[in-house]
Design a protein around this ligand. Structure first.
Ligand SMILES: C[S@@+](CC[C@H](N)C(=O)[O-])C[C@H]1O[C@@H](n2cnc3c(N)ncnc32)[C@H](O)[C@@H]1O
Length: 297
């Protein structure tokens, strides 16, 4: 079977020409780089991911989520606490793909998990789709995240890249999905096919309310319409579903992992962290909006 890297539709982050998989000079069995016609070359890491952020485009040494955040998220997600989000997301995606009237069945479809983190949602989606018909990409700016993600599956194209400059050609992607990750509307619009879709998972105002009440004197509500407003210049809103689920954390380390994988961690002072670490359990609530957007023509 042709390797994933031969099938990948990627462009060079320096000159935007197509990237082509190249064999190393000494062996025909392995692919080690992707290069463009202008001889810009990018190594595929041993663990099976492609790093597409040239040094000159890096704003910080380690952009994106750091190793500790990634490790906390991996431990927490692997225990299945956020499985209802992943399952609902997979249901929306598979239902949307299977709409008989859609022309999205022309294969292979290109699916992109934008800001995929350590790959929990990407890998669970992979279990639901036929690899003959779909190419699944997981992309994140954090190298630490993609290194962990690459351990989850060899059948996903893992990319270290910036969502401000997604290394994919114009109108080449059928589906972008983003779980709690930053979105640049213009860039998502550029890479989506006219019939493509953007599916997002974002926090609803009551998400983790009891945890936030322990952290902040005054809990501020999230703006439930914020994303829709932010995307409105490039996308039409199509559908919304709210996922509600009780979360019962019975291990103290799970409370700390949940805290550490969210931005709340950085806003929590040492005393509060100590208090939270001392909790033996926590009852809280998962409330997440799944939304579907279609690119404006
Ligand atoms: C809240 S985490 C969500 C990760 C994953 N989707 C999940 O829910 O487990 C946000 C992710 O976006 C990534 N990220 C932040 N800025 C980014 C950028 N400019 N380009 C690509 N990824 C970015 C972070 O490194 C982090 O992994």
């Amino acid at each position: 079977m042709t390797s994933l890297w031969h099938r990948a539709q990627l462009i060079c982050p320096l000159c935007q020409q197509s990237l082509v998989a190249a064999y190393p000079a000494d062996s025909k069995s392995q692919i080690s780089t992707m290069s463009c016609e202008n001889r810009h070359s990018f190594d595929i890491g041993k663990s099976g991911y492609l790093h597409l952020i040239p040094v000159q485009n890096k704003r910080s040494k380690e952009p994106g989520d750091n190793k500790d955040m990634i490790a906390a998220r991996k431990r927490f997600l692997s225990k299945g606490y956020y499985q209802p989000i992943s399952s609902a997301l997979n249901t929306i995606i598979t239902q949307t793909m299977n709409k008989p009237s859609s022309d999205k069945m022309i294969s292979p479809q290109q699916f992109l998990d934008l800001g995929c983190g350590e790959g929990y949602y990407t890998a669970r989606l992979k279990e639901q789709i036929n690899p003959e018909h779909f190419l699944l990409y997981g992309m994140d700016i954090s190298k630490a995240a993609i290194q962990q993600a690459a351990k989850r599956s060899k059948d996903i194209i893992w990319l270290v890249a910036n969502n401000k400059q997604i290394p994919m050609p114009d109108q080449s992607v059928d589906l972008i999905f983003s779980v709690f990750s930053p979105i640049i509307p213009k860039e998502c619009h550029r890479i989506l096919k006219p019939q493509g879709l953007l599916i997002t998972a974002t926090t609803e105002s009551k998400h983790l309310l009891s945890l936030r009440s322990l952290i902040y004197e005054e809990v501020r509500d999230y703006d439930n319409e914020k994303l829709e407003k932010q995307l409105s210049s490039h996308f039409n809103h199509q559908a919304k579903e709210v996922i509600r689920h009780s979360l019962s954390l019975t291990q103290p380390e799970d409370v700390l992992d949940l805290l550490q994988m969210t931005p709340h961690y950085w806003r929590t002072n040492t005393d509060k962290r100590k208090q939270l670490t001392a909790l033996s359990s926590l009852e809280t609530e998962l409330v997440v909006q799944l939304q579907v957007f279609a690119p404006r023509s």
